[in-house]
Ligand binder design. Sequence first.
Ligand code: ARG
Length: 308
Amino acid sequence: MKKFIALMLAMVMVFALCACGNDSKNDTDADAKDYSSMTLDELKAELKTVNEGKLTVATSPDFAPYEFYSLDADGNATLAGFDIAFAQYIADKLGLELNIVPMDFDGTLAELQAKNVDIGMAGYSPDPKRESIMSFTKIYYNGGQSFITSKAKADEITSLEAANNAKYKIGAQTGSIQMDLAEANTPDADNIGLTKVPDIIAEVVSGKLDGAFMETIVAKAYQAQYEDLVIVCDVPYEQEGSAIGVNKDNEVLLAAMNLIIDEAINDGSLQKFVDEAGILAVGDKYEGLLDDAGHVPAADDTAADTAA
Ligand code: ARG
């Protein structure tokens, strides 16, 4: 009897679902909805974010031209970079207010893992090791990896093989895939993790570090500031390109982001953001975190590029 009732109930439910019409293809399988086949408007109707009405984004602004602070003539700092411009584009498409939270790079990973933010935009490589703590969108920017040194050591350190020597100190950002590249390519060297990219650059230029692993476009941006910086070679890396990290709970947002990435690539916006960030990045800038009052910290003044 129980079985019969259950069967009847199931049949009633199937009828009810069919009666809903065909405006949504996924009604019959609500648990495993195929969000990737929905339109942006359909996704927006279902979208929830950690702070209602807002898109909360973690970033690490030490990474020109991805994200950094652009300084005006009075030294006032404004967040800039192609990730930042793209974040605004995404928020506009979603009809949300943009709320960017700057922090150290390893902090962006932790905040996404803790689900305190909706997305992380920090020039992420879609590292499979991170897939348990975030979902990755498709690639929105194709970049590569480089090994850098200073002019003073460029004659000696001419390749990764030459750099792989116990007498060398090699830098990479803590928590980044560059740390893995260091372990894979220069395992015999003393590989050192530093929290902030500008500190790595400063130490390579001053000779405290003998070399470092760095995103190619970032190394090039720093070369405009430090003429003693030398890009030795490309470093092979399987997960080429940058993706956006999405809160693992939010499949609707992930699907929406993938649609928006397509749109931004196709309408030329992304290329425009990259070009504009490239121009801003050679001007006065600061890479790191501001103090509580929103100013470039006094102790870090020397790290700001005020030469231009
Ligand atoms: N692409 C590298 C990674 O995902 C480095 C990203 C560093 N980003 C930053 N904003 N400092 O590990």
